[in-house]
Design a protein around this ligand. Structure first.
Ligand code: FES
Ligand code: FES
Length: 169
């Protein structure tokens, strides 16, 4: 093994905030953020599909923006604030967006769902009262092999309506 390879295998300590908690872990310079979140920090809701930034399964919210976690290295996330799908519910109750997905049968195998929920969460934070076209545009960044997307569109619009009603009341 060459010295260069040994250097590439060195693990570095990374500190960041995940779902509101300060976390620490180790990663090599080539460890993807998606793998770091799953295997080092135990956030198994971060699903890894294509590993090429195409399918959207690995989407997280980083520093307020929905991003693919498979197109970033873990060491680039030092000091970042990350939310994964685990942040949406306390485990006992689904949050309104998750509940709407369940009501509208917006998932089947569920592999794509965590990434879509994180994109939709960030989308609704930016655009609390979206049009159907805007929802469909947002979903175009995600690949689902099971559903026809219709239930997801309905679920996101319903969750948006509830948020708007709550703000208005
Ligand atoms: S696994 Fe990251 S976009 Fe597909
Ligand atoms: S529910 Fe199976 S890939 Fe989307």
């Amino acid at each position: 093994m060459t010295a260069a390879l040994r250097k590439g295998d060195q693990r570095h300590r990374i500190e960041l905030t995940v779902n509101g908690r300060r976390r620490m872990g180790e990663a090599t310079p080539r460890t993807l953020l998606s793998d770091f979140l799953r295997h080092e920090l135990g956030c198994f809701g971060v699903h890894v599909g294509c590993e090429h930034g195409v399918c959207g399964a690995c989407t997280i919210i980083r520093d307020g923006y929905a991003q693919r976690s498979c197109t970033q290295y873990a060491i680039q996330a030092e000091g970042a604030e990350i939310r994964t799908v685990e942040s949406l519910s306390d485990g006992a109750d689904l949050n309104p967006l998750q509940a709407a997905f369940r009501r509208h049968h917006a998932l089947q195998c569920g592999f794509c769902t965590p990434g879509i929920l994180m994109s939709a969460t960030e989308f609704l934070e930016r655009n609390p009262a979206p049009t159907e076209r805007e929802v469909r545009d947002m979903l175009s960044g995600h690949i689902c092999r099971c559903t026809d997307y219709h239930g997801m569109v309905q679920a996101i619009l319903e969750a948006a309506g509830k948020r708007t009603e709550e703000k208005g009341s």
